[in-house]
Design a protein around this ligand. Structure first.
Ligand SMILES: *Cc1c(COP(=O)(O)O)cnc(C)c1O
Length: 425
């Protein structure tokens, strides 16, 4: 493939935008080479500025459950835009989306909309601290909760890819309130809770992790966390920015059969527009301004365009709940196909999968946490990534990212993808 125009656009972008991108993982630093620039996309396919076509496995990092430019979402956004894009004054559609989201997600009564997953997570932690009157939080190595200060402590994907898990600019004061445990290791959490008795406001995690590859929580781990939180008066925060409305209507809570205390959303809930949200029972949400004293606000929060896209997306999911089964089947098909090729070629690998999230790790060991994910053979990953890209399959440009399947992918696309893996190796 030729990437002339992408290359020129990247050179120009670098003059005016740090690193030429507005979010680091796009820059291909982990895999080498230069990013491609996308011109347009429809359904399962991306088209770049040089006219190359790709089967897309990132779906804008998750939001596009039905594929690119999904008609109901497009129509809703276009019609809404004609009536004004933002007022900073309440609108009916905010309540419509809130009601639908609250109906779909277990264990929540109220929801607050923000503009990104980062904002949702940072606000949820403030709410948890305000509600419990405690200051410390526990997070897990390799889990990503957006780029706010409190979370940039071993933060998975982008942050890890760049080898600066503790970003300059995050103060010691902030870092000391974020305690670090290990995913799927309940004892590591219990030790922290014991050593910081009565000081922990919240335990926050990706209920199925997607920022260190796709990592599935063990039953012992996830049920143990719930039990521990209930015993110790700690709030359990599920960061469902990736998993919400992707693993099931009710997200990971439904898929795993676990009740969390505060849930954070992003990605799918915005249908491809910038939306984040956090939700909980009334008793907790009552602490949020203006009902309560915990401050949180946003000029463009709940704007009509974002709400229209979100409402069209959640309505499509609500009316087509079989989409989850369909996606899980496609993902299983891809898993089996790739695994067969890699096994035949004698390439060490482990593939993790949950619903429509999947990741391929070039390692002998099961991948159950950040340390085991980091043991993957990165040279092999680079070869795989660039080989696939060059033959028209767009994968996440980092071994620490999950793929996100979308419903527009056909079995023909999946077969082509598996064939491409075979060609590369
Ligand atoms: C993407 C992501 C975020 C951050 O969301 P942004 O909209 O990028 O700010 C937070 N948590 C998880 C689990 C994510 O995958």
């Amino acid at each position: 493939m030729r990437y002339q125009r992408s290359s020129a656009l990247f050179a120009e972008a670098k003059k005016y935008i740090p690193g030429g991108v507005n979010s680091p993982v796009r820059a291909f630093k982990a895999v080498g080479g230069e990013p491609i620039f996308i011109k347009e996309a429809k359904g399962a396919y991306l088209y770049d500025e040089d006219g190359n076509k790709y089967i897309d496995y990132i779906a804008s990092w998750g939001p596009l459950l039905f594929g690119h430019a999904h008609e109901p979402v497009l129509r809703a956004v276009i019609e809404k835009a004609k009536k004004g894009t933002s007022f900073g004054i309440p609108t009916e559609i905010e309540t419509e989306l809130a009601k639908l989201a609250v109906d779909m997600v277990p264990n929540v009564d109220k929801i607050r909309f923000v503009n990104s997953g980062t904002e949702a997570c940072m606000s949820a932690v403030r709410l948890a601290r305000g509600y419990t009157g405690k200051e410390k939080i526990i997070k897990f190595a390799g889990c990503y909760h957006g780029h706010s200060d409190a979370f940039l402590i071993q933060a998975g994907s982008g942050a890890v890819t760049f080898g600066s898990p503790n970003s300059p600019g995050v103060t010691q004061g902030t870092a000391k309130d974020t305690l670090l445990a290990h995913y799927n290791d309940l004892d590591s959490v219990k030790e922290l809770v014991k050593a910081n008795q009565g000081e922990i406001a919240a335990i926050i995690l990706e209920p199925v992790a997607g920022n260190m590859g796709c990592i599935i929580p063990t039953d012992v781990f996830i049920h143990g966390l719930r039990e521990l939180c209930t015993q110790e008066g700690i709030l359990l925060l599920f960061d469902e920015v990736m998993t919400g409305f992707r693993l099931a209507k009710g997200g990971a809570q439904e898929a795993l059969g676990i009740d969390a205390d505060i849930m954070m959303f992003g990605k799918v809930i915005g249908g491809g527009l910038p939306v984040g949200a956090f939700a909980a029972r009334s008793e907790i949400m009552a602490h949020l301004a203006p009902e309560g004293p915990v401050y949180q606000a946003g000029t463009l929060s709940g704007n009509p365009l974002a709400m229209a896209a979100g409402l069209a997306m959640l309505t499509a999911i609500d009316q087509n709940p079989e989409v989850f089964e369909r996606l899980a089947k496609k993902t299983e098909y891809l898993h089996k196909g790739i695994a067969q090729v890699l096994t035949e070629k004698g390439i060490a690998h482990h593939i993790n999968r949950f619903g429509s999230m999947i990741s391929v790790h070039f390692t002998d060991e099961p991948v159950v946490d950040f340390a085991s994910s980091a043991k993957g053979n990165n040279d092999m990953f680079k070869k795989y990534f660039h080989g696939m890209l060059d033959q028209g399959v767009y994968l996440p440009p980092s071994a620490f990212e999950s793929y996100f399947l979308n419903d527009a992918l056909s079995y023909g696309d999946l077969d082509k993808t598996i064939e491409t893996v075979n060609n590369i190796f």
